[in-house]
Design a binder for this molecule. Structure first.
Ligand SMILES: Nc1ncnc2c1ncn2[C@@H]1O[C@H](COP(=O)(O)OP(=O)(O)OP(=O)(O)O)[C@@H](O)[C@H]1O
Length: 250
């Protein structure tokens, strides 16, 4: 599904990713953990195609294509989805309008019939039920005035409607209360499929109690310095990151 090789990225004149390599097979869930400022969000943003980052070397192959050669909207149509760490408010753009436009752009790209108003509404209602969101959110501006937790829930609603092949979730658990964390995690779990991969950035192993990852990676100073299974996250919670850095430097 995704093969990142020796990726070097800089922004604002400084190197952020420094030889990052990662392979994600179809159906797998990978968790990326690491100290603040190590490059986790940068990785997610670069994969989604955000401007402002310079890829100086390395490659990213997504479903046999050079991902970095595609403009961001093409990546989205090809099934790459990013749930933002800080979802942006888009006042004046209706939430339901954005969802429908995004869904139909993807369908059109796949050569499928676009969803009409009835089909779309039935689909979005089903997904809102899953995310336990009130339908009133549909008619508000995208994230406009949403609480932090509501914004995160709205990101996963988008994911549920768009059904991406590669979902990048950047700290989707941050700012969620106990019930919302469970709801969001249930939403993500219900979207696990053999042909869909999920890469989630998180600081807390608690999320991994709900969404069981196949692999856990430690990203430090722009590269992955250790990989393991869920037990690695438990160890990090107990011991912090210094020992991993020392181990990698030895
Ligand atoms: N456009 C930019 N210009 C300059 N520096 C940047 C830019 N974007 C990111 N950085 C820097 O790159 C480093 C990595 O940032 P990034 O947001 O990827 O870290 P992170 O691992 O997601 O951190 P956190 O856990 O705090 O969210 C930080 O030191 C950040 O200040």
């Amino acid at each position: 599904m995704l093969k990142i090789s020796d990726l070097h990225v800089s922004a604002g004149g400084r190197q952020i990713l420094d030889g990052l390599s990662l392979e994600v097979a179809a159906g797998e869930v990978h968790a990326i953990m690491g100290p603040n400022g190590s490059g986790k969000s940068t990785l997610a943003q670069v994969l989604a195609g955000r401007e402002g980052y310079e890829v100086t070397s390395g490659s990213v192959i997504y479903r046999d294509r050079d991902l970095l050669a595609l403009p961001p909207e093409e990546r989205a149509r090809e099934g790459v989805f990013l749930a933002f760490q800080y979802p942006v408010e888009i006042p004046g753009v209706n939430n339901v309008y954005l969802l429908k436009a995004a869904l139909n752009a993807i369908r059109k790209h796949r050569g499928e019939a676009e969803a009409d108003a009835f089909e779309f509404l039935a689909l979005v209602r089903e997904k809102m039920k899953l995310m336990q969101m009130d339908e009133s959110f549909l008619n508000r501006g995208v994230n406009e005035g949403f609480s932090g937790g509501e914004k995160k829930r709205n990101e996963i609603l988008q994911m549920a409607v768009l059904e991406p092949a590669l979902a990048l979730l950047d700290e989707t658990d941050s700012g969620l209360d106990i019930d919302a964390l469970r709801i969001v995690a249930n939403g993500v779990n219900s979207l696990r499929r053999a042909d869909r991969s999920i890469v989630m950035v998180t600081h807390y192993q608690r999320l991994l109690d709900y969404i069981e990852p196949d692999y856990v990676h430690v990203l430090s100073d722009g590269r992955i310095i250790k990989s393991g299974d869920k037990s690695l996250a438990l160890e990090l919670e107990k011991r912090g990151y210094d020992w991993v850095k020392q181990e990698a430097a030895a």
